[in-house]
Ligand binder design. Sequence first.
Ligand code: ZN
Length: 169
Amino acid sequence: MTKHQRAIEVNAVIKAISDHGRRFFFNAAHQRVAFMDVGPRGHIFFTDDYSGKRVYISSSGRWHGFTHGGTLRHLVEMFAEYIRHGHKLHPDYIGIQNQSLVNGDIWGYGAEAVDAVRAAVLWSPVFNLLCPTCQHPLEDADISRQPPEPEFYICPKCYMCSRSTKEEI
Ligand SMILES: [Zn+2]
């Protein structure tokens, strides 16, 4: 997959996030959804839903025109890493409901909206699939995708091989 193709996959995830809950990345006044793109020299940009600015995000300093807080900046940084190198995200980053955090629902989306976003991006290549047995994130090498056959998983953590269809997950 090229950087450009990965940006398209990220934009589908951003759209799913913007469709639910508090609608992060969607600005009602401008009817605008944020998106990411790759410049001709491989630099990655984020077009902000509120400011409308195409923000250069390859710098670690201030992102001029980025109007969101640290949680979404971190998410956008991880999206950029996926676009650059194909590093997939753990699906728990959707909604960040990590039990070890004091306030699990950092996004303030509520469990239902978080579940809706996760369901919408379950088969997105931006995120790792989880082992159905132990929930360990599976890499592409662990999964053979040969539709219309059911997917075949070999989990390196629990050494469990399992077949499952979309419906069973
Ligand atoms: Zn496993």
